[in-house]
Design a protein around this ligand. Structure first.
Ligand SMILES: NC(=O)c1ccc[n+]([C@@H]2O[C@H](COP(=O)([O-])OP(=O)(O)OC[C@H]3O[C@@H](n4cnc5c(N)ncnc54)[C@H](O)[C@@H]3O)[C@@H](O)[C@H]2O)c1
Length: 256
């Protein structure tokens, strides 16, 4: 019940899928959660699920496009003014773009948009999050990368490149913060195929879904909560000695 008791945690893109599951679990374990994203209706629904009349958790919504620097400044300033501290940051917001998108079919505009959200969004999160975490005595950042960071992704060219960048950049932030004694940890989480709006978008037919399911050693897709438990561990003090690590949660796909 109290694994992240009284921590203030910002979860981006928490209006659906993995972000919502992480926000709910963190709140259930005692955190105050700042739910942000471009999906206002979804974000408000997440807050309702956490802090509604029969729920008893603590959460509020803030509109935020993670690819916009001004949004990061506003959101972090607001948290420091209202909650007075920041202990955890989950850089979860992400987009995959149209499916399939090969390196030949991808437009430059689409490539740039995917990298703006998935890579620049994470860069800005760390740039503006770290000073706030430091000012609060230290904290933990979790960056959502993907199984795609380890493999070629011919049907998701820009997406795979973006998640490879997140995997590498996470280690840079982790080591820089550790060497400077900032007391800020930074780790990446690598989901396999998870049934969320994004996951379903890349499995357009029942046939495609079945074919993919058969490639998963554990024999089924993951659920958003399977990822949220990993995020909870990395945000909590249970992982105090863990930084620069890659937490792969994929039903075994990366092991074959
Ligand atoms: N579902 C999977 O199979 C899978 C696998 C590997 C990695 N991931 C990663 O997990 C994270 C969450 O994905 P999901 O599966 O829950 O997908 P999702 O589409 O349900 O959630 C993504 C959320 O990010 C929000 N978002 C998009 N652009 C944004 C922006 N510019 N600013 C703020 N919010 C924005 C969306 O509104 C949405 O709520 C993503 O980073 C994704 O790449 C997902």
């Amino acid at each position: 019940m109290d694994r992240v008791r009284d921590k203030v945690v910002l979860v981006t893109g928490a209006g659906s899928g993995i972000g919502r599951a992480a926000a709910r679990l963190l709140a259930a374990e005692g955190a105050t959660v700042i739910v942000t994203g471009v999906n206002r209706a979804g974000g408000l629904e997440t807050v309702q699920q956490i802090a509604g009349p029969n729920s008893g958790g603590r959460a509020r919504f803030a509109e935020q496009d993670t690819s916009r620097e001004a949004d990061w400044q506003r959101v972090i300033d607001d948290i420091l003014a209202r909650e007075g501290r920041l202990d955890g940051l989950v850089n979860n917001a992400g987009i995959a773009g149209p499916f399939p998108s090969t390196f030949e079919s991808e437009t430059l505009e689409q490539w740039r948009r995917i990298l703006a959200v998935n890579v620049e969004g994470v860069f800005l999160g760390c740039k503006y999050g770290v000073p706030a975490l430091r000012a609060s005595g230290g904290g933990s950042i979790v960056n959502l990368s993907s199984l795609a960071a380890f493999l070629g992704t011919p049907d998701l060219a820009a997406y795979g490149a973006s998640k490879g960048a997140v995997r590498q950049f996470t280690k840079t932030v982790a080591i820089d913060c550790a060497r400077k004694s900032y007391k800020v940890r930074c780790n990446s989480v690598h989901p396999g195929v998870i049934l969320t709006p994004m996951g379903e978008g890349i499995l357009p037919s029942e046939k495609a879904r079945e074919r993919t399911r058969q490639r998963i050693p554990i024999g089924d897709f993951g659920a958003p909560d399977d990822i949220a438990w990993g995020i909870l561990y990395l945000i909590s003090d249970e992982s105090r000695f863990v930084t620069g690590a890659e937490l792969v949660i994929d039903g075994g796909m990366n092991a074959i």
